[in-house]
Design a protein around this ligand. Sequence first.
Ligand SMILES: Cc1cc2nc3c(=O)[nH]c(=O)nc-3n(C[C@H](O)[C@H](O)[C@H](O)COP(=O)(O)OP(=O)(O)OC[C@H]3O[C@@H](n4cnc5c(N)ncnc54)[C@H](O)[C@@H]3O)c2cc1C
Ligand code: FES
Length: 287
Amino acid sequence: MVSKGLSTSLPQPQKPLYEPFSCEVTAIKELTHTEKLFRLNRLDGLPFSHKPGQFVQVSIPGSGEAPISVSSSTTRGDYLELAVRKVGSLTAVMHQLNVGSKIGLRGPFGSSFDTKSMKNHDLLLISGGCGLAPMRSLIQFVEDRRDDFGRSTIFYGAKSPEDVMYKTELEDWANGDAFTCRVTVDNVSGGTCWDGQTGLITNLVEAADIDVGKTIAVIVGPPVMYKHVIVKLKDKGVSDDQIIVSLERYMKCGSGKCGHCTIEHLYCCIDGPVFRYDKIKELKGAL
Ligand SMILES: Cc1cc2nc3c(=O)[nH]c(=O)nc-3n(C[C@H](O)[C@H](O)[C@H](O)COP(=O)(O)OP(=O)(O)OC[C@H]3O[C@@H](n4cnc5c(N)ncnc54)[C@H](O)[C@@H]3O)c2cc1C
Ligand code: FES
């Protein structure tokens, strides 16, 4: 006979890891021609527990699963928002969902932006393309805990004005007191109205006024962006341990079991996706 004490000490099933919980889509917003923002609430009424920078595994029966970064902060309320680019099977089905549709989530997974060690530092929040999705969870957190942080600057780069995500929020951040916010686009096609800056995001970093001793730089964006932005930051005197990056890898389990996301000895899904640059810069294929 198994005693009561022994049975409770046996390993318990890890529901958040392996079993999706149901969520209802409570709002949908078109962000760009390829990206939509989904607001979700849990059907079991429990609060979400993610930290800025983490991701969830989204599942739809018959369409599989995909990792998607959480794009909102729990400081905003009991919901979670995902900005989803339509690229393949699951994301195409997501783009057909309506308010009231149900989907499954597992997680949250992965490392987060270490907001404790960012306290009292100046923050340089640099994102490109879809990278503003996870960055927004940190931006909202910083905005809601404004007194905990020093000067905070947002730099965002997109390919074209049509590709700029969170346009209204970028304007709000630029016009509000919490942040200095600059947006640049690579190209403006003829006939498009754009009164913002044109050129690569590295130009914004080059022109930035940085208090090197106090600054932490966070970078999230397409792979090509990291190398060039890091060079500019280092030119300014920012050291490797003051740079945080968030990396994207093809993932399956999201929980360190399948090996799909490895970077040498590290698993992007559990050791990352957020890494301090000095910890991964020597790893083959990291950036
Ligand atoms: C940590 C993390 C966070 C992410 N956050 C977001 C987010 O916030 N928003 C967002 O829109 N996307 C995000 N992604 C990317 C998203 O998970 C992928 O685009 C996912 O593949 C979409 O699923 P799908 O079924 O729609 O596309 P799929 O049908 O899987 O196809 C998408 C693309 O992946 C390619 N692909 C498929 N299988 C493989 C394979 N084995 N190896 C390499 N490439 C393959 C396909 O050719 C295609 O180009 C994130 C990914 C990671 C790892
Ligand atoms: S996704 Fe399976 S080990 Fe990381």
